[in-house]
Design a protein around this ligand. Sequence first.
Ligand code: HDD
Length: 684
Amino acid sequence: MSNEDRVNGNSKQKQLDQFRVDDTDKKMTTNQGLKVSGDEFSLKAGERGPTLMEDFHFREKMTHFDHERIPERVVHARGYAAHGEFKLYESMKQYTKAKFLQEPGVTTPVFVRFSTVAGSRGSGELARDVRGFATKFYTEEGNYDLVGNNMPVFFIQDAIKFPDLIHAVKPEPHNEIPQAATAHDTFWDFVANNQESAHMIMWAMSDRAIPRNFRMMEGFGVHTFRFVNETGNAYFVKFHWKPTLGAHSVVWDEAQKLNGKNPDFHRTDLYESIENGDYPEFELGVQIIEEADEFKFDFDILDPTKLWPEEDVPVKIIGKMTLNRNVDNVFAETEQVAFHPGNVVPGIDFTNDPLLQGRLFSYTDTQLIRLGGPNFHELPINRPVCPFHNNQRDGYGRQTINYGQVSYHNNSLAKNTPKPANEQEGGFAHYQEKVDGNKVRARSDSFKDHFSQAVLFCHSMSNVEKEHIKDAFSFELGMVKSKSVQQQVVDMFANVNLELAQNVAENIGVVPPESGGSVITKTSKALSQENMTKKPDTRKIAVLLADGFDGTFVQAVLAALKENGAHPVVVSEKLGIVKGTDNTEINADETFLTGDSVLFDAAYLAGGINSGKKFKHNAEYFVREAFSHFKPIAASQEGKQWMKEFGMTDSPGIVVDEDMRSFTARFVAAVAAHRHWDREVDER
Ligand code: HDD
């Protein structure tokens, strides 16, 4: 099915079509529609004379150019987005009256923007960072925005600390270093002095902070929201996005190299996957807690530094989102999209989570400066697909032409319209939660346990994930210059895991804490990426080929990889045809210069009888790096001999069988496994 077919009937796409412009084969005009006779030379008084003020074409072109930039997002500046649709599997009528969650099979257009938090718009995408995962559902009752992250908890409990957190994580103000990195003094000083961050820091130091791509990471609404059904009953709800390909990460060394080899690695992956028809899919899950059970947990369910363990509150899968169309213009769509957790529809409401409450102010406020005024809701990407009517008027860039003399309420001249709708007519009625209290600047006692869930997360990791966390702490704190900050942080994390804190302390040369740790032994399988879906689908396999390769064998391997949904990419010394035996000719897509090992999930080293010394040298560099990143490697023919020479045949995830059938089957299984961590254990 083509992109166009898939989105045919998609109400948002139909709306956007009215704004899409194709300039191909058209005459050039000014913005006033006047045809332009020349665009290379300004109007001058004589060929060698000064440019004339009268040159309106020059002035218009230059003025527009001078004003092309808008402020980047204060956080989440680096992002990439796509269109798609959400299809409901199961009615949620019992819990919510939200229309788009009523009828199984109903589809709702969506727009999703993924992002990194700390870096500026041009920063590398493989930073150790949280990833934003913001979804706009264009429902018939108005836009519903689920503005989440790829981690289920947050650094702070109260929005008033957000500016402090962000000031600490951004490049330091006196020298604007480092870009897109948490590995510096102010960030870790913030952590040590705001210990509510402990749980989130464990996530940020884990593999979750360096995802393989946007398609293979989970998403979370983070906060506890409310579902409200037709009869007015409310439920606490948390939202999850589960990628159908599972959640997977790269390793830190790879991430750092990727930022050089292709700083656009994540957006390239998203763009190409959609262009190739490998549409990213995420299932929507909800965790629901009855109102009566609000206080049944050993944590406060309104605390955004806490998750609801999936084993205690199961995730119910209710639908699937498919991203099936790239944007046509990144500025018009991805840059101008304005998300807001306060964009809700009847049936979805807020709780008193103090982080959520503060967010409800910040998002509109930031769009006012970023998008230059109060009419950003009229930008094509932000318009709801249902009509909107009110008495708001004017302001920069207003596009709507509202008829009539009346723009106030109450009125008689327009029969008192537009009129508020009652609940039966679809009017949003805030959930009537009873609140009673003194005005205080305070944190609830129930928010004061900062370590239990950090411990839960730590315990739930596989051994290799724990090693990665230790390495991440050692790297990050190793970059910190203040001994005092380093010491404060290891002392803090002794509360989570004494051994971890001691190891890190030794690695960075501070005093290992002597006591700490926790008596908590609980684990949650759902927290470890090792327990997630593993498939070969869409994996990119580098096929290292030289002239004289075994034509029949290689063709069969490529066919098997493709059959299993993987994407072989031929890497050779030169672009163009590589000649094999049996008159086989295969096109090389990349050279060793453009196709570095970090850009791939796996390698297949075939070589060829005519491989020169240089090919062998490049191939060795390639497979050694892939090996050190725990990637599956298969080898046949010359490749197999070389792997023996390199001493790399007897490790997990290395496939060098003779028999074709078992060779391809084992390689596909090795690719599906993602990484072969046992190699690391062997090495240590
Ligand atoms: Fe935020 C952007 C997610 C806390 C203030 N946030 C932003 C984006 C995402 C999140 C995904 C990018 C949206 C896009 O792609 O355009 N933010 C979160 C999550 C949070 C969170 C999951 C905690 C659970 N944010 C948070 C707080 C505040 C903000 C506590 C302030 C009180 N966030 C903003 C912002 C941004 C933003 C300054 C910058 C650009 C924008 O809003 O549109 O308003």
